[in-house]
Design a protein around this ligand. Structure first.
Ligand code: FE
Ligand code: FE
Length: 181
């Protein structure tokens, strides 16, 4: 049997000089950009919402998002890194999709709310995936304080996602069903 030779990366004794450490910091910079830009976009999304319930949920999550930004700054600080934002193409794309949904749905309609919820949940799922990974990487690298901060945000993102599901299923989707194109 032919053996293929795979070059093994060099090992480092100090985990904080590892390639994984660099990956962790890069991902932290990505979500930092994502949260900052989300905080700018949420007021617009809240304003576009039809139902008071959805508007309030988005405004509540804006307050949480502002706290997510602070937690990330604290996480950077806890590992002795400067808080730097590097463009997150995924969040930029998700926010663009959200804008398109608002542009394509009628003002004052519940179909618009169903669309905003769809866009918002895609954003939350991106954040859940990011924070889940970041938390585990922080634990692996021995960054316990950062891991706790990331986990606190992760729980809030999950709660927000569940709340959006409840709002959609409690009536918006059913009412939107009767709206004409
Ligand atoms: Fe967040
Ligand atoms: Fe969020």
């Amino acid at each position: 049997m032919a053996t293929t030779k795979v070059k093994q990366p060099e090992q480092t004794a100090d985990v904080h000089e590892s390639a994984l450490n660099e990956l962790f910091i890069d991902e932290l910079k990505d979500i930092y950009w994502a949260e900052k830009h989300l905080a700018k976009a949420l007021p617009k999304m809240a304003k576009a919402a039809t139902s008071e319930e959805l508007r309030t949920a988005i405004q509540d999550h804006l307050a949480e998002t502002e706290n997510h930004i602070i937690r990330l700054e604290n996480a950077f600080d806890s590992i002795g890194e400067n808080a730097v934002a590097v463009k997150c193409e995924a969040m930029a794309g998700l926010l663009k999709e959200g804008d398109e949904i608002v542009a394509e749905t009628e003002k004052g309609s519940l179909t618009r709310d169903a669309g905003i919820i769809s866009a918002a949940q895609k954003i939350e799922h991106y954040e859940i995936a990011s924070y889940g990974t970041l938390k585990v990487l922080a634990m692996t690298l021995g960054y316990n304080e950062a891991a706790d901060l990331l986990d606190a945000t992760l729980q809030e993102e999950k709660n927000c996602d569940s709340k959006l599901t409840c709002i959609a299923e409690a009536g918006i989707n059913q009412s939107a069903k009767g709206e004409k194109e």
